[in-house]
Design a protein. Structure first.
Length: 294
């Protein structure tokens, strides 16, 4: 008997699957590599292929795997962070596509997610005092995540009422206390949101009237500077004087902090700055510069 022609039957593949989780650091240092782990779930009924793409910092990373029905797997990526990338928040996009292993042309977009990673870098302190650079709490010459965590530890110890806890390099807002504000400022500095600290900004209400400078000072000796200051503001202010002594050629430069001074509005005072000259200091003339800081 001849075959009877019936209506067309279409065979389709309704591929399913999703991203279960993405594990990626919320913070990372510029110029390093980070790990990105993407866990996915496959189609519950058929064997499928999965393709995961991760777009991060101007590059796209791709991996493919096959999953049995109802299977799950993890894609492990190593992502490079360029050393010249801008500091701050960056978006990382992860997309999942399903396909048939025996016919890769049959594809379907299954899922897509976006996450934020904050990029930081070690930065030189924006200004210094005798003990070291502001923000450089561990005294290694750089302001980093490690310094932020040290400040966090100091704050926790203060909250438990431990006495005698004060590190001037952590007091980046210059209020003579270590608080969450200092922690936030250091955090913003290492992520490139700000380029200096309030303590590095001269106090505008305090002006320098004159500075008594020694005419000569020998190698290895201590030079004493008397800085006369006046409070032209409307509030009582406590501050100290920063002094820089710069060789006429531009290098080297020596720094020192003066004694703390508290002045009522309209009053004058004096800050004494002592600077020890290194035994192997460069001979010649030095320019002296002073400025009051809170």
């Amino acid at each position: 008997m001849p075959e009877e022609e019936l209506p067309v039957v279409e065979v389709v593949a309704d591929i399913e699957g999703s991203i279960k989780s993405i594990n990626i650091p919320s913070e990372a240092k510029r110029g390093t590599n980070i790990s990105c782990k993407v866990t996915t779930v496959g189609d519950p009924e058929i064997r499928t292929g999965q393709e995961v793409k991760v777009s991060a910092f101007g590059k796209t990373y791709t991996q493919k795997k096959e999953l049995p029905p109802g299977g799950s797997t993890t894609f492990d990526f190593t992502i490079s962070i360029p050393s010249n990338i801008a500091l701050g928040s960056h978006t990382i996009t992860v997309s999942l596509t399903g396909y048939l292993p025996w016919d890769p042309s049959v594809r379907r977009a299954l899922d897509s997610r976006s996450l934020k990673t904050n990029i930081w870098d070690a930065r030189r302190p924006p200004c210094e005092r005798a003990e070291g650079g502001y923000g450089d709490v561990d005294r290694d010459g750089w302001v980093t995540i490690a310094d932020r965590e040290r400040v966090r530890d100091i704050i926790m110890r203060i909250e438990t009422r431990e006495e005698g806890i004060y590190d001037p390099l952590a007091d980046v807002d210059g209020d003579m206390k270590i608080t969450e504000k200092d922690l936030s400022l250091i955090d913003r500095y290492i992520f490139g949101e700000i380029d200096t600290f309030p303590v590095c900004t001269p106090k505008g209400d305090i002006i320098v009237e004159h500075c008594k400078v020694p005419e000569k000072v020998g190698l290895g000796e201590t030079a004493t500077f008397e800085v006369a200051v006046r409070n032209i503001g409307k509030a009582k202010t406590t501050f100290f004087v920063k002094l820089r002594m710069v060789h006429e050629s531009g290098e080297p430069e020596y720094r020192a902090d003066g004694s703390k001074v508290t002045l009522l509005p309209g009053k004058e005072g004096k800050s004494i700055v002592k600077l020890k000259i290194p035994e192997r200091a460069k001979l010649g003339k030095y320019k002296v510069r002073v400025a009051p800081y809170v």
